[in-house]
Design a protein around this ligand. Sequence first.
Ligand code: NDP
Length: 398
Amino acid sequence: MGKVLVVGAGGVGTVAVTKMAHMPDVFQEIMLASRTKAKCDAVAERIGGNRVQTARVDADNVNEMISLIRSFKPDLVVNLALPYQDLHIMEACLATGVAYLDTANYEPPEEAKFEYSWQWAYHDRYREAGLTAILGCGFDPGVTGVFTAHAAKHHFSEIHYLDIVDCNAGDHGKPFATNFNPEINIREVTQKGKYWDNGQWVYTEPHEIHKPLTYPGIGPRESYLIYHEELESLVKNFPTIRRARFWMTFGQEYLTHLRVIQNIGMARIDPVLYNGVEIIPIQFLKAVLPDPGELGENYKGWTSIGCRIKGLDKEGKERTYYIWNNCSHEEAYRETGTQAVSYTTGVPAATGALMYMKGLWKKPGVWNVEQFDPDPFMAELARLGLPWHEKFDIDLEL
Ligand code: NDP
C-alpha cells in the first residue's frame, strides 16, 4: 500500500495509471505528472472518481523533480516519459530516497545509442541508499526478460539460443505512423542491427537479415533482425546463452516510408538552421506525424510478442520452448482508449509497480527485471490483461 508518482502522460502512462487506479488497495494515491499538464488532466478525467492527482513537471530539471517528489512524497516513481529523462529522474529519486522504475533505457539525445552502462553505473549509489531501481519494465524490454527468467527457473538448466519475436499485425489505417513516440521509434529501427553470437556482438546493416516467422493466431510475417536493449542485460544475466537475437515485423509500406524519411534527412538528430531557428529534423517530423496515443480508435488486429528458446531442460535433454502473449488493439482501446503497443507496455509497468509496492520486487540496487522472481509478476500480468501461452518441443523456425 502506498503512493505512486507516474511521470509521462503519453499512451504508456495512460494505460499504467488506468490500471493502477483500479487497484486502490495497493495504489492508495496516484499522481500523474508530465510536461503538459492538460494531458494529465484528460487522463485523470477519463478515469474519474478523483483517483488521480495531476501536476506539471519538466523531468529534465532535477530540482523541479525533487520539489515535486518532496511535496507528493511517493513510495515509487514510475518513469514513463522518454529515455532522455531516465538519468535526471534517477538522480531526483536518489536525492529524495524514493524507488524508481522505467520501461526504456537511457539514450543521450545527441546520439542514437542505447545501452545500460549509464544506468547500471547507479547500482552502488542505489544499493548504499537502500533504494530499488527496476529497469526496463515494459513488454520488450520487460516481459521478454521475465519470460526468459521464467524459462530458466522452470524449464531449462541451460538456455543456449534466445530469439525474441515481436509482431505487430495491427492496421491503424494511416499511410505511416509509429506505435510509440516517433522520435524514439525511428531512432531505434534505423540503427544498425546487432546480435549476440558466441561471446561477442555481431553487427549488420539496418534490416539486412530477415525471414518470415509464423506468429500464433496471425500467420507468417516478414521479421527483421534489429538490436534491442534487453539483449544486453539478458546475455549478461544468463551467461549460458550462446546466441541472442531480436526480430520485429515491418510492413513493406512502413519500410518504404522509413527509407524515404532517412534519404531526405528527416531522421537526422543533429540541429539544422531553418529561417534563423535551430530545429532537429526528427523532432519536427514527430510534430507532423500522427500522435501514437491517438491511433487506437481505428486500430484493428493483434500484437504477438514472445521468446523462442532452445537449450537443455532440467534433466539435460535438448528442448525448444515458445512463450508469448497476443494482445488485441481493439480490446486495448475499449479498455484504456489507447492501442495495444501502449497497452502491452503500460500493463507490465503497472505490474512491476505492483511487485514493488507488495515488497516482492524490492532489493537495494539497480536491477533488470529478469533479476527478480518471475512467478508473482507472471501471475499478475495475466490477471491484469496480458495472458501468456507456452508450447514445448516445437519447430522454432530459427
Ligand atoms: P509519448 O511520447 O506518447 O509520451 C511521453 C510523455 O512524456 C509525453 O506525455 C511527454 O510530454 C512526456 N515528457 C517528455 N519529456 C518530458 C519531460 N522532460 N518532462 C516531463 N514529461 C516529459 O511516449 P509513449 O507513451 O509511447 O512511451 C513512453 C515511454 O515508454 C518511452 O520511454 C518509450 O521508449 C517507452 N516504451 C517502452 C516499450 C517497452 O516495451 N519497453 C514500448 C513502447 C514504449 P508531452 O505530452 O508534453 O510531449
